[in-house]
Ligand binder design. Structure first.
Ligand code: NAD
Length: 485
């Protein structure tokens, strides 16, 4: 084992958990055992919530300008530790080192946004009647929880950590049991940055501990990022226990390609979107709708896809089960009559025979009712559907239950605007394959890709992590003034 067993992080210290279920942490790159994680039980969560509750009064009363100083230092530590952190992310998740580095860069951008929060949460005051004033202020919630998936071991935790904590909350984070190492490293960096003990706590575990989080009376709010079924469960359970909840789910993102699209740029964007992070991005292009005569673009996409080499510029998928699932989808599409133009099945990387790689895969003549057209595959696979016009393309996009992202590739502003208006997705791209909004714009889908109100990052997240206090003040109690006069 390369790393010592993963522990919880409670009250500023790494601590043993008490559960009796263990999981090996396996590197998807070569199948080696990196570490072992002991899955937490309710008592472990209770300890973390107690620590967070104790830390909360002092942290929430620390002025926000002082709180964000921790994140100025954390940003510098992310920069200084980028190499080690990228190595760890790549080992436990299977993505390439450059993808891991991109994740850290995005984490730095998220942290920079949190450092700007004092400028954004300024309250309002107005003299509403003579000598009577109304004012508003944003107040933290208390102990909050963040439950995160495997596909971005560093970036998705940083969607919530800097904002929620800068805004005065104390946090319990539950990393994915498949990638528990990176968040442990983040915990140490936050401590080094000067975050007081108990403000940030890590509870390792699986869906069992998620249930305890959703039910815990000491937790005020739950944010979740993961697959849609789990997101629905977490949303239902947390709100049933009267917590506020924002649960981001899975995705099936459509790219609409028009005949006038710039060929090279479009093909490069489509392939980068479907194969980046081995297709394990909630923003990955998964379905492509080819409108009219776009044969020349499909040819170029296949040419570009063949330049993607597993083990070089394409990482591994997370597990053997994931590889089997992805290959099953491709096989079923073939049996149903689709044409496999580029086939990534049966991929073995020399010297990493135990790694779980799937090569880039392009499937053409997919029908909208096939599973590869409807369901999230979460692998480096693009399914091409053919339509005669834009209305049919939009009808296919709209019929899908997810709604994270949709993109259009065209040089025609009118067509682009039509797709922007009609697509049923929270994040739209025009000639952009992965339309992730950059800070301060917020991240969040629609439909089955998001349950709850608002987005998880950017300005929108301020509403989620705080509550609004409204005060009406008569500064001179002696004055015989009615507040309504
Ligand atoms: P997952 O749903 O299996 O797990 C996510 C988290 O929930 C993990 O911490 C896991 O321990 C826990 N969990 C698993 N099953 C659960 C259940 N039944 N009830 C409660 N908690 C449960 O997701 P994953 O495989 O880790 O990540 C991939 C999924 O996440 C994909 O569907 C992807 O689209 C989605 N995702 C969405 C976004 C977004 O912004 N919408 C971002 C990243 C990933």
């Amino acid at each position: 084992m390369k790393y010592s067993p993963v522990q919880n992080f409670v009250n500023g210290k790494m601590v043993e958990t008490t559960g009796n279920r263990f999981l090996e942490v396996i590197s998807p790159m070569d199948g080696s055992v990196l570490s072992v994680v002991r899955l937490s039980v309710k008592e472990d969560l209770d300890r973390a919530v107690d620590a967070a509750k104790k830390a909360y009064p002092a942290w929430s009363k620390t002025p926000i300008k002082e709180r964000v100083q921790v994140f100025f230092r954390y940003k510098q530590l992310l920069e200084r530790n980028a190499n080690d952190l990228a190595q760890l992310i790549s080992e436990e998740n299977g993505k390439t080192l450059s993808e891991a580095n991109a994740e850290i860069e995005k984490s730095i951008e998220l942290t920079e946004f949190a450092c700007s929060l004092p400028q954004l949460v300024v309250g309002e005051t107005l003299e509403v009647s003579k000598e009577i004033e109304c004012r508003t202020e944003r107040v933290s919630l208390g102990v909050v929880a963040s439950i995160v998936p495997f596909n971005f071991p560093c970036m998705v935790p940083n969607w919530t950590i800097p904002n929620a904590i800068s805004l005065g909350n104390c946090m319990i984070i539950k990393p994915s049991e498949k990638v528990p190492l990176s968040v442990s490293k983040l915990a140490l960096l936050l401590k080094e940055a000067g975050l007081p003990d108990g403000v940030f706590n890590v509870v390792q575990g699986d869906k069992e501990i998620v249930t305890s989080i959703c039910q815990h009376p000491g937790i005020e709010a739950v944010s979740f990022v993961g697959s849609s079924n789990a997101a629905k469960n977490v949303y239902r359970l947390s709100t049933q226990h009267l917590k506020r909840c924002l649960a981001l789910g899975g995705a099936k993102n459509h790219l609409v390609i028009l005949p006038d699209a710039k060929v090279d740029m479009t093909a490069q964007n489509v392939v980068a979107s479907m194969s980046g992070c081995a297709g394990q991005r909630c923003m990955a292009a998964s379905a492509m709708i080819a409108v009219g005569e776009v044969e020349h673009i499909v040819d170029k996409i296949c040419e570009e896809a063949k330049k993607i080499i597993p083990g070089k510029n394409l990482g591994a998928v997370i597990s053997k089960e994931a590889k089997e699932r992805i290959e099953r989808y491709i096989g079923e599409a073939e049996v149903a009559g689709a044409k496999i133009l580029v086939d990534g099945r049966g991929c073995v990387v020399e010297g990493k025979e135990e790694g779980t790689y799937v090569g880039p895969t392009v499937i053409d003549y997919v029908k909208p009712d096939m599973a590869v057209a409807r369901e999230e595959i979460f692998g480096p696979v693009i399914s091409i559907m053919r339509t005669q016009n834009l209305e049919e393309a939009i009808a296919i996009e709209n019929a899908n239950p997810y709604g994270n992202a949709a993109s259009v590739f065209t040089q025609n502003g009118g067509y682009a605007r039509y797709v922007m208006e009609k697509a049923s997705a929270g994040m739209i791209g025009v000639n952009v394959g992965v339309p992730v909004p950059r800070e301060p714009f917020s991240f969040g889908g629609w439909n089955d890709s998001r349950f709850g109100v608002g987005d998880i990052t950017g300005k929108s997240s301020i509403e989620f992590w705080t509550k609004l206090k409204k005060s009406t003040i008569k500064w001179n109690p002696e004055a015989g003034i009615n507040w309504m006069t």
